[in-house]
Design a protein around this ligand. Structure first.
Ligand code: H2B
Length: 101
């Protein structure tokens, strides 16, 4: 499957459907907060599973009660593609079930 970089406008349009996600033009990012560390750690494992399924991996950071993702697509030189948005959609779909806010 060909993976093409998205225009900045296209990125912003797609992120409108993903509240909390934003872009600096080089990657898309979101930070989730949880009620405690263990909830945050469980979310990391679930995100790791999704990333393996998609074969697409964010920089995924566990804090005390936070989980942060930042992702772009290395294979097109670090641009934002539909794969990044798909990962964000998949992560959003499970976040509330982990108590993310
Ligand atoms: C060989 C394998 O398909 C590649 O290394 C994948 C794995 N995960 C990846 N993750 C991200 N974020 N970008 C990539 O281009 C990428 N490529």
């Amino acid at each position: 499957m060909a993976v093409e970089p998205l225009s900045q406008q296209d990125v912003e349009d797609r992120l409108r459907e993903l509240p909390g996600w934003s872009t600096d033009g080089e990657r898309i990012t979101r930070r989730y907060s949880f009620d405690g560390h263990f909830q945050a750690a469980a979310m990391v494992i679930h995100v790791a599973q999704i990333q393996e399924e998609l074969n697409h991996h964010s920089d995924l950071t566990l804090g005390y009660n936070t989980v942060s993702l930042a992702v772009n697509t290395h294979s097109v030189g670090g641009k934002i593609t539909g794969l990044d948005v798909e990962l964000a959609r998949r992560v959003e779909a499970v976040a509330s079930g982990h108590g993310a806010h």
